[in-house]
Design a binder for this molecule. Structure first.
Ligand code: SF4
Ligand code: SF4
Length: 242
């Protein structure tokens, strides 16, 4: 039995969104069909994406850092989105563990999006069906492509190789070795969904800031007689690294 999945290295993701745009391009023109964009150039643009990068600032000033967190369907082994589907549109493939939606059977009831604890499902307002990451199932088995390109579009486009793809059930696969050697972890394992995708945790980096480096010569706060009370606080590494 195999379980295909993504392994994402949080140390090297720079938040460039190449994975987001390549995913949108491939899946809009591929068999998943177009992915709706509503009001793309207006004040309140919205649309359907299979993959998003969420960016957070974490820690307390001055020890703050930026964390880029790519998120898509995690192809859970015990996927709660599957049994709630009243039509059988939402299903998990036995041969490779990919969770898919059959658009012809989907009635757009959105039960699956309520069941998914990761917010991975996106409703296509034009087609009135639920969509989500397919792990580029129409690409990874395409024998007309060179073997090296039979990977999800996001993996192909990532300029820092933060995204890896493979069989997490094969102990000798590159992704399994990475998970084992670099402490790969599942998102929110306490929910019992057993996500197939894994994240490689940020490694501790040492950076020492001296107090005088925080004070600009033209510090406007100082001119106004306001002094910030710099306290040693937890860094982002303390919050997000293991
Ligand atoms: Fe289902 Fe959400 Fe898990 Fe994907 S991440 S398999 S949509 S529960
Ligand atoms: Fe099934 Fe579609 Fe309803 Fe989701 S929205 S539960 S895939 S019928």
């Amino acid at each position: 039995m195999s379980q295909l999945a993504l392994v994402i290295d949080l140390n090297v993701c720079v938040g460039c969104h190449a994975c987001v745009t390549s995913c949108k391009e491939w899946n809009t023109s591929g068999t998943a069909g177009y992915m709706t964009d509503l009001n793309p150039y207006g004040a309140d643009p919205t649309g359907t994406f299979f993959n998003r990068v969420q960016t957070f600032e974490v820690g307390e000033y001055p020890n703050t850092e930026t964390l880029h967190f790519p998120k898509s369907c995690l192809h859970c082994e015990d996927a709660p989105c599957v049994p709630v589907c009243p039509t059988g549109a939402s299903y998990k493939r036995e041969e490779d563990g990919i969770v898919l939606v059959d658009y012809d059977k989907c009635i757009g009831c959105k039960y699956c999006s309520w069941a998914c604890p990761y917010g991975a499902r996106e409703f296509d307002e034009n087609q009135r069906v639920m969509k989500k990451c397919t792990l580029c199932v129409d690409r990874i088995y395409d024998e007309s492509l060179p073997e090296a390109e039979r990977k999800p579009a996001c993996v192909m486009s990532c300029p820092t190789s933060a995204r890896m793809f493979g069989d997490v059930k094969d102990p000798d696969s590159d992704v399994s070795v990475k998970i084992r050697e670099e402490g790969g972890y599942q998102l929110m394992p306490e929910w019992g969904t057993n996500p197939a995708n894994h994240y490689l945790p940020r490694r501790k980096t040492r950076m020492k800031i001296h107090e005088d480096e925080l004070v600009r010569a033209d510090n406007p706060l100082k001119k106004e007689g306001y002094e910030h009370d710099y306290e040693e606080g937890p860094t982002l590494d303390d919050v997000t690294s293991w």
